[in-house]
Design a binder for this molecule. Sequence first.
Ligand code: SF4
Ligand SMILES: [Zn+2]
Length: 358
Amino acid sequence: MSKPSPEVYETGRGMDAHNSVMRDIRSEKQKHYDPHQPTRVWIDEDNTPNGVYQSLTIILNTGGCRWARAGGCTMCGYVAESVEGGTVAHDALMDQIDVCLEHEAENTDEECGLIKIYTSGSFLDEREVPAETRAAIAETFSDRERMVVESLPDFVSEAKLADFTQHDIDTDVAVGLETATDRVRHDCVNKYFDFSDFEAACAEADAAGAGVKAYLLMKPPFLSEPEALEDMISSIKRCADVSGCHTVSMNPCNVQRYTMVDELFFRGGYRPPWLWSVAHALKETADSDAIVVSDPVGHGSDRGAHNCGECDDLVQKAIKDFNLRQDETVFEQVSCECETTWELVIEAETSYNMPLVR
Ligand code: SF4
Ligand SMILES: [Zn+2]
């Protein structure tokens, strides 16, 4: 059984059995990346409390998530994209930012108003991104209007966020909460923190004049489709009620390689959510006190959220429209015969007979 060295992984948290299985699965992956290159960078459009912005999304290569090295979340394959050795030095991280700025200059005439930085871990964890680098990145983007940085709730503090807010950048922390239900987060996702930690992070962000974007996971493993849908609707509502949490991003679970979800999927024990479930959750929460968006990765494929194959692109397009307009009537324009099958699944699937339909 693989065993990472104690200085690079968290101990005593989460479920030991999940961690042990995930460590073994992840150890099958041997791929190394250049610490001077970002994992990925692209330009897109995003809906924010100040309207729709052109955005530059940066996936910084920071050595990967420490929690993932402990075993980590059952659906997450991101550690596969980390660099060897566990940490990336300040200069190399700043080289990655330069590569991203070049990408922006080459691909758009206008500077993006919104910069989003993800790390496949926690940007605010100083073992991943040193304080010096955080301050330098805030300085680099001080002329932009909005920034989003990704972090687990434990690392969110008013002082760290002040690096950004002191430049008058509207700042948000993206928190991978996954679900508002502690039992589902612990037992299905294998994340170690509680909803109360998320609430505390929101309070820290609020104190710094920053906001929080909650990332929720639609249909973690071990939940049936109706259980997942119910959990998602109540999670969105609970997040929207927390002061400081102004946006909820619902991510349908997709089957990533080298994860527990992948093992279940391979043996016929997991089906990613139906796009009808995603649409239904958006409709049911459209009047909540937060922007609710969703971007189903790999939609229409077996490994991503999908319906019957005929209507997937149409439903995905309606979801994209909803993201920008927050108007649930976009879903009135899509229909398909497979909705009847989905209704049956919602009525009849239980955790001992799932997936009822693949
Ligand atoms: S989902 Fe986030 S916290 Fe969990 S293992 Fe992946 S990167 Fe780490
Ligand atoms: Zn269909």
